[in-house]
Design a protein around this ligand. Structure first.
Ligand code: GLN
Length: 230
């Protein structure tokens, strides 16, 4: 399982979210604390952020821990909405930039922690890569990200071995699902963090329940059971 992080709030630097926290994504790239599948996340990384309404991405197929260029520039890049990930490639999936989250349709940034059998996914000519997460992202974009919870519940029913923790942001909202892996939420004075695992030992981190949809919006946070559990 990869690890991902979302931010919605005031403008903050990318380094303050990804590099500086003691157990942030950089540390999670070699020493995650809650990872159940895989030991480390060395197969690439991506940081997506909104520049006004425009999503921008910086991705690499190399480990985040050694990226001195990103380390140099990240303190100067600031955003109110961020979707970032470090990757542990699923066996047989390509290790390439185009397989690395976040994916985008030009409006949303989207990351996937997990695995899904590509045979249950419809053909996706728009997918950036043949990687399961890229094909899944193309499906979510085609269905509309607002249907994220339905898509995850349907795929989870079709592929019982699927793990479907997804995280998406569009500059004014974050949407995330839990389906087989961990997700934590931190309410800060300046915004909200969603992360596969806490980036520090702040007692304010809340563990999200499995098989739920979490929505972070300017008017509040909602946590809803996914279809089939109601
Ligand atoms: N299946 C995806 C990939 O290969 C995500 C892997 C993961 O969550 N570790 O990139």
């Amino acid at each position: 399982m990869c690890r991902h992080l979302g931010w919605l709030g005031r403008d903050v630097s990318l380094s303050s979210l990804v590099l500086d926290p003691p157990h942030g994504l950089r540390t999670q790239s070699y020493a995650p604390r809650r990872q159940k599948h895989g030991l480390l996340n060395a197969d690439g990384w991506g940081v997506g952020f909104f520049d006004g309404a425009t999503p921008r991405r910086w991705r690499s197929a190399a480990p985040l821990w050694g990226d001195v260029s990103f380390e140099s520039v990240a303190p100067a890049l600031r955003s109110h909405c961020v979707v970032a990930a470090v990757r542990s490639a699923t066996v047989s999936m390509p290790i390439e930039v185009s397989a690395t989250a976040p994916f985008t349709d030009g409006r949303w940034l989207l990351s996937h922690n997990g695995i899904v059998d590509r045979r249950v996914l419809p053909a996706a000519p728009a997918a950036e890569s043949v990687c399961d997460s890229a094909v899944l992202a193309a499906l979510v974009f085609a269905r509309g990200v607002d249907a994220l919870g339905d898509v995850v519940a349907e795929l989870g029913a079709t592929d019982p071995h699927a793990r479907l923790n997804l995280l998406a942001g569009n500059g004014s909202r974050l949407l995330a699902t839990t389906w087989g892996d961990t997700l934590s939420l931190l309410r800060r004075d300046d915004g909200v963090v969603l992360a596969s695992e806490p980036y520090d030992d702040d007692p304010g981190w809340e563990d999200m329940p499995d098989r739920h949809l979490v929505e972070v919006a300017p008017d509040g946070i909602t946590v809803t059971p996914l279809k089939g559990l109601r």
